[in-house]
Design a protein. Structure first.
Length: 456
């Protein structure tokens, strides 16, 4: 029997050993889910909403437990982990509010009445990543359940514990057995079995662009619905007319949050040349003041990387001998620690400037004017997120429209709000999650025409 070994990233100590799902387990789970889904979809909308709210209340009652579990399996600072558990709760509550508002439409036509319905898809597979295990699992799970579907969640191999606990809380809250199942397992085994299973109507995947492309190709064989949230190399554009002090103070959090293991991380800092030197003077103390240490300490802002493999990946981009414009500190000894690092590459085409590193590493590149800033911002196959700093409202609108990204913030680094849509351009993904349209992404639109012509 294959097993998954959960390791504490801060200490390298074993946390748990979990059986890994097999294709046979996947097949049995899909059968259970399909049976449960029929009864769930037939419930009155108010009853379905009420059960989802009970699930949200159960998560709220166990928020601290879930957060502590996240600290152990993912190495997230406890403050971040509490937010993540709260976000899963909020998503369930928000989705519950949409159940009774999943409205079709009445379309004027000649000779009769035309109405549309949003029908649930059936069984949805959610393949969640390790960087934000609870929130991203909930991004797919909550609206899919609200829209009348069953969900099979496959968490990442390194972070299955919070997902398993959420499944227990769902049952305790009264969610029907089989409706929300968690199958920990390896991507090429359990994940692939879900993607290829004929009983799965849609796959929601968050992860690397390379794996996302493989999943998209496999889903194409049966025209299976798919939502993909993939990689990013997001710009942080600082214009000379911005509040440079504020922009520099905010920059570390934009690429060091979650130790840089964030598809939305602003790892390409583009600074107008006339304020470049001043920005760098302000950025250095801000980066070095970012608190790195024990994830269980509420004062900690940045913890370790998720695994030894991820640590080696980051090191491969920035050898110890590489000159750094700014380099912070990290704990010595056990744990997958890497210091905050800011580089100033000679070329905007250098690998560190164009490839997603997924660690606490950013590059600073100067630009000349607005057109140059847009050109550099768009010089990537990705288009997930980004920020721009300016006091000029017209420029803010022009540049926001010109930058090819799905989520942009002006004088802010906020990317994700559960009540607004989220998703990427280009190789950053396909489809949108969250926001008021989240439930409809898990339905098919059915059109019904009813003739009112008198029979003769």
């Amino acid at each position: 029997m294959h097993e998954l070994h959960v390791i504490d990233p801060a200490t390298e100590e074993p946390v748990a050993t979990i059986p890994a799902a097999t294709p046979r387990d996947v097949d049995a789970a899909v059968t259970r889910a399909a049976q449960a889904q029929r009864g769930w979809a037939a419930l009155p909308p108010g009853d379905r909403a009420r059960q989802l709210r009970r699930f949200a209340y159960a998560v709220d009652d166990h928020l601290e437990e879930l957060a502590r579990l996240e600290v152990r399996e993912a190495g997230h600072p406890i403050g971040n982990a509490r937010w993540e558990a709260g976000n899963a709760r909020d998503l369930l509550d928000y989705a519950a509010g949409g159940v009774e508002r999943l409205n079709g439409s009445q379309i004027p036509v000649a000779g009769g009445l035309n109405v549309t319905f949003h029908e649930p898809l059936g069984v949805v597979a959610v393949i969640a990543p390790w960087n934000f295990p609870m929130p991203i699992a909930a991004w797919g799970t909550a609206p899919a359940l609200a829209a009348g579907n069953a969900v099979i969640l496959k968490p990442a191999e390194t972070t299955p514990l919070t997902a398993l606990r959420l499944a227990e809380l769902a049952l305790e809250a009264g969610i029907p057995e089989g409706l929300f199942q968690v199958l920990p397992g390896e991507g090429p085994v359990a994940g692939n079995a879900l993607v290829e299973h004929p009983g799965v109507a849609k796959v929601v995947f968050t992860g690397s662009t390379a794996v996302g492309k493989q999943i998209m190709a496999k889903c194409a064989a049966s025209v299976k619905r798919v939502t993909l949230e993939l990689g990013g190399k997001s710009p942080n554009i600082v214009f000379a007319d911005a509040d440079v002090e504020q922009a520099a103070a905010a920059a570390p959090g934009s690429f060091l949050d979650n130790t840089g293991q964030d598809c939305c991380a602003r790892t390409r800092i583009l600074v107008q040349r006339s304020v470049h030197d001043r920005f760098m003077e302000l950025l250095e103390p801000a980066v070095k003041a970012f608190t790195v240490g024990d994830p269980a300490d509420p004062a900690t802002q940045m913890g370790p990387l998720i695994s030894a493999a991820q640590l080696e990946r980051v090191r491969s981009y920035v050898p110890e001998s590489a000159p750094a414009a700014i380099r912070g500190e990290a704990p010595a000894g056990k744990g997958f620690w890497y210091p905050a690092t800011v580089l100033a590459p000679d070329s905007p085409d250098a690998p560190v400037a164009v490839e997603e590193i997924f660690g606490p590493v950013a590059v600073v590149l100067p630009f000349e004017d607005e057109a140059d800033a847009v050109r550099l911002a768009n010089a990537t196959p990705y288009g997930l997120s980004g920020s721009l700093w300016t006091r000029d409202v017209g420029r803010a609108i022009r540049v926001s429209r010109a930058v090819a990204a799905g989520n942009l913030s002006v004088n802010s680094h906020s990317s994700v709000r559960y009540w607004t849509p989220f998703g990427g351009f280009g190789e950053s993904g396909l489809g949108r999650e969250l926001g008021p349209g989240a439930l409809t992404a898990f339905t098919e639109t059915k059109n019904v025409f009813i003739s009112t012509e008198e029979s003769k």
